[in-house]
Each structure stands twice: as C-alpha cells, then as structure tokens.
Write a protein that binds this ligand. Structure first.
Ligand SMILES: [Zn+2]
Length: 295
C-alpha cells in the first residue's frame, strides 16, 4: 500500500475533511443570515418609511385646499393644543393614547392609524415587488400619491389636480424603466404597447364623464386611470378596471341595501379608491385576467 493512501485513511485527515466541510457550511450559513438580515432591515425600513409618509398624507388630506397651509406644528383638531413628537409617532401614538387626545380626551379619527398602516403596507409590498432602488422609488412615490388621492377623495369627493399630474408623470416614467435580472435596471425607450396603455385605459372613463356630464364619473377618475394604465400596463390596466368596477358595484349596491335612506342609486360614490384597489391587485398579486383566460 502506498504511503499517501495510508495518509488518506488516517483519522486525522478524516477529521480535517469534516472540519473543512463544517467551516464551509458555517461560512455559507453566515452569509445567508447576513443577507437575510440586510433584507429584513430594508423591509422594516420600507414599512417605516411608508408609515411616516402615511402620516404626512393624513396631514395633507386635512390641510390641502383648506387655506391652513402645510407650515406650522400639528394641533389637536378639537382643543387646538400643539402636538409633541410623542403624539406624532405613526400608529404607535394612536395605540398608546388609545385613540383619544392626551390634552382634551376628544376621540381622534381612525383615519390617522389606518392611512399610516396602509402606507406601511404599500411601501413594504412595493419593496417586495421591486427591491431595486430606482423602480422602488418611482413605484413608492406613485403609491403614496395614490394614497393621498384616495384619502382626499373619500374625505372631500374631489381629486387634487397636481396629485393627478404626479401619478401621470410617475406612471409614464415607470414605462421607461427596464429591469432585467436582479437589481440591474436601465432607462430605455418604452415599447408602443406601454405608451398606448395609459390612454386606452383612460378612454372608457373619460367617455363616461363626457356622456353623463360628470354625473356617473368625474374627469379626475379618467386622468387617474391614464397614469395607472401606464404604471400597470395594458392587460394589467384592463384587469385593474374590471376589479375597480366589480368592487365599485359590490360596495355601491351593499351601501344602497344597508342604508336605504342616506345612500341611493344616484349618490356620488368616490371611484378613485376602487381604481387603487384594482391597480393594487394587479401590481402586488400579479393577477392578470388575460393570462388567466388564455391559459
Ligand atoms: Zn385635544
């Protein structure tokens, strides 16, 4: 038997081999844990950022168009007491003070924690769909603007024009981002189908507005659909519209059935929340009616 064979069979070599494999596994596990931790921290950061912007969206929805302006510290809507930093921590403050003002005990609108939570969920969802910095930023800004539009529409039954412009510009910008594998993204000329998606999705809603003299639908909803069509694409946009109309019909008829006096078939119901709902189903859950029907 050659000498090296003896050496190979020795217990020491076997121990060294086992140790070598263990070290390799340990390093691999360490890298995996490290990567997961970074991902986890980024995901928590994205959710926190969404909650903070959600808090700003709340303030904006109360102040926009009211002449109050965005400057100056936040105050209690009932007693006018200036709110401290402790009162303004998204979600946590509301839970800590149990939904009542610390100074006058007046009940605080549930809108505050709800919008902050939805902001956190939208930002986290966007990060999970698009973790690359550039597409995440564009999509995050678009969802936050959409959150403001929906909050404002529910409160005031109108859509601020600058926010509609913002959704349109960001939607169009998203068509120019071409992301291949991993986090490699580049700005490119969008294909024609992406460019026409916005106008095609907006057209039926704008026709509704024109034919009904804004009784069935406001102009703002059509312009909102323009930006969303660019954002989720042509088939995604049609899917989002279908979900928006189904959701609108379901909620509208339920409201008529549940409150016979206050809500009637001619009551004005904001449509922007349903457009956002449809776009969210397409963007976050990758649901596309065309791919489902054609399979
Ligand atoms: Zn108060």
């Amino acid at each position: 038997m050659p000498e090296y064979a003896l050496f190979q069979n020795s217990i020491l070599v076997k121990l060294i081999l086992i140790l070598h494999v263990c070290v390799k596994l340990f390093i691999l596990r360490g890298i995996l844990i490290f990567v997961d931790q970074i991902f986890l921290i980024e995901a928590i950061g994205a959710a926190a950022l969404g909650a903070i912007v959600g808090s700003f969206v709340n303030a904006l929805s109360f102040r926009w168009g009211t002449g109050v302006g965005m400057r100056g510290r936040s105050r209690c809507m009932h007693c006018g007491h200036k709110l401290s930093a402790l009162d303004l921590v998204p979600v946590a403050s509301y839970l800590f003070i149990r939904g009542r003002c610390r100074y006058c005990s007046a009940r605080i609108s549930l809108q505050y924690p709800l919008v902050e939570l939805v902001g956190a969920a939208l930002s986290l969802g966007t990060f999970l769909v698009q973790p690359s910095p550039l597409p995440y930023t564009v999509a995050f800004l678009l969802w936050m603007t959409l959150l403001f539009l929906v909050t404002y529409d529910l409160r005031h039954l109108s859509l601020p024009i600058p926010a509609l412009w913002t959704v349109g510009v960001l939607g169009l910008l998203s068509t120019t981002l071409s992301c291949s594998s991993g986090s490699i993204c580049a700005v490119a000329v969008p294909p024609l189908v992406s460019l026409v998606a916005g106008p095609i999705i907006a057209l039926p809603l704008l026709l509704f507005s024109a034919l009904s003299g804004e009784r069935w639908m406001g102009w703002g909803d059509g312009f909102l659909a323009l930006g969303l069509g660019w954002f989720v694409g042509l088939t995604g946009g049609v899917t989002a519209l279908c979900f928006a109309f189904w959701g609108g019909a379901f909620v509208g008829l339920s409201l008529v059935a549940l409150s016979r006096r206050r809500v009637t078939m001619t009551s004005e119901i904001p449509f922007a929340p349903f457009l956002m709902f449809g776009a969210a189903i397409v963007y976050f859950f990758h649901i596309d009616l065309f791919s489902i029907l054609l399979v």
